[in-house]
Design a protein around this ligand. Sequence first.
Ligand SMILES: NC(=O)c1ccc[n+]([C@@H]2O[C@H](COP(=O)([O-])OP(=O)(O)OC[C@H]3O[C@@H](n4cnc5c(N)ncnc54)[C@H](OP(=O)(O)O)[C@@H]3O)[C@@H](O)[C@H]2O)c1
Length: 263
Amino acid sequence: MVHVALAGRATQGDGQLIVQLDFDLNGKVTVVTGASSGIGTAIARRFAAAGSRIVLAARREAKLHELAESLRADGVEALPCATDVTDYRQVEALMDAAVRQFGQVDILVNNAGNALAKTVAESTPDDFDFQIDVNLKGVCYGCRAVLPHMIERRQGQIINLGSICSVRHFPNYAAYVAAKWGVLGFSRSLYEEVRTHGIRVNVLCPAAVNTPWAELAGSELPWPREERLQPEDLAEMALLCVAAPRRVQIESIIAWPMCEPTV
Ligand SMILES: NC(=O)c1ccc[n+]([C@@H]2O[C@H](COP(=O)([O-])OP(=O)(O)OC[C@H]3O[C@@H](n4cnc5c(N)ncnc54)[C@H](OP(=O)(O)O)[C@@H]3O)[C@@H](O)[C@H]2O)c1
């Protein structure tokens, strides 16, 4: 049972957190994909600080070990698991490792993602595969691999990373937009299948977040880094989804940095 204290600490103005919530995830186990960087690292750190044991997944093993060591230094039980989410066998092995180590998975955060800033005319078939495989199929694989376990326990929470690209369209990102619209549709449909099993499914849909994502995509966002959403803001939103009373399903959260126009 997650203990929920709906006391918030607003820290508006320092550019870091919009609100910091005070929840207790003691006894819980959270699996975070894409934990080696950006939003995934922030969610792993935040959920660990709230008391959860943490399973860290991404391809860069050294970064996962570094994060696990830093969490362990704070007394957190952390398991690094090198995983490519585009390979279903690896995703299944990740869930098996989590259950073997900790006995359960309470929360899965499907956060791993990548993009390529290219027009459709410039894109190769491999470019389409690259973006659909990690952003959409990676989410499908994570959900599929964890569901038998969550259904058996009649509880669970799945938080999927969508994007502002789940609800808007942008030139130069058509395949990424298609994948992220897919994440939203997949998540809504999945929720209808699993809600009677006590499982909630949420989608976080942020606009510009201060992570390496844009540079890796081959573009740069026009807003100063300090004015964008911070990864820690997304971690608070993820925690809000978990901490909502059990009768509440937060379907999606759309979040903009105030520096960015919403029209
Ligand atoms: N930053 C933004 O403005 C923004 C806005 C909206 C949505 N998002 C979404 O937020 C999520 C996190 O992105 P971020 O901004 O934190 O970017 P980031 O710092 O570049 O992190 C991306 C993470 O995904 C992992 N990853 C990529 N491909 C993977 C694969 N095949 N298997 C396993 N892990 C993989 C990376 O780890 P390895 O390289 O070690 O595998 C890394 O940990 C993504 O889904 C992204 O689409 C970001």
